[in-house]
Design a protein around this ligand. Structure first.
Ligand code: FMN
Length: 171
């Protein structure tokens, strides 16, 4: 039976969902069977050989669904290898917060899980799609606007995951 990997994500405006999808595709290319799911809807993450967790950062905090997901499934998730990615604009070198700060917040939100790898990807800001409040905040902060997702880096990170999980694909 092929190696089964769950990619569980949270996303407010859709860009993390697309990153999760790209990670799923890269894992499929490596020979894994992948289920992609909004973390809210996940019921049995312990049924998988490994789990990839992804969430965006907003106003210096991880989206609430992440803590809920980790809290609800901590026992099941403690038994499988985990990799985690967060998405935001911190890697662009502008405010809000630098990558190290966000990564600390992310790692804390993941506790007590101990992922084999944790990373941060640059995300996307589409002003036209933001609701009024987010648009207002972003203008006030003079935040960067555009699609900053580096699909090559995302694919490369995902392609290395089976090795990092220590699972033999296709076995
Ligand atoms: C109101 C608002 C606040 C944000 N706060 C942060 C932040 O504190 N740190 C960061 O790195 N990125 C921040 N971002 C950028 C988002 O994390 C980025 O746009 C991400 O791609 C959003 O993911 P989503 O489309 O899956 O919701 C913020 C974006 C908005 C609109």
């Amino acid at each position: 039976m092929s190696t089964r990997i769950l990619v569980a994500y949270a996303s407010v405006h859709g860009s993390t969902a697309e990153v999760a999808e790209a990670i799923g595709k890269a894992l499929q290319k490596e020979g894994c069977t992948v289920d992609l799911a909004v973390m809210k809807s996940v019921t049995s993450p312990g049924d998988y050989d490994a789990v990839v967790i992804g969430a965006p950062v907003y106003m210096g905090k991880m989206v609430g669904d992440l803590k809920k997901f980790v809290g609800k499934h901590r026992d099941a998730l403690a038994k499988v290898p985990i990799a985690a990615f967060c998405v935001g604009v911190a890697p662009l070198g502008k405010d809000p917060g630098d990558v190290d700060t966000v990564m600390n917040i992310f790692r804390t939100a993941l506790e007590p899980l101990e992922p084999v790898t944790v990373t941060m990807f640059a995300g996307k800001i589409d002003m036209q799609k933001l609701p009024f409040m987010h648009k207002w905040i972003w203008k006030k902060m003079d935040g960067p606007v555009g699609d900053f997702r580096d699909w090559e880096a995302i694919g490369a990170w995902a392609g290395d995951l089976p090795g990092k999980f220590g699972i033999s694909v296709g076995a």
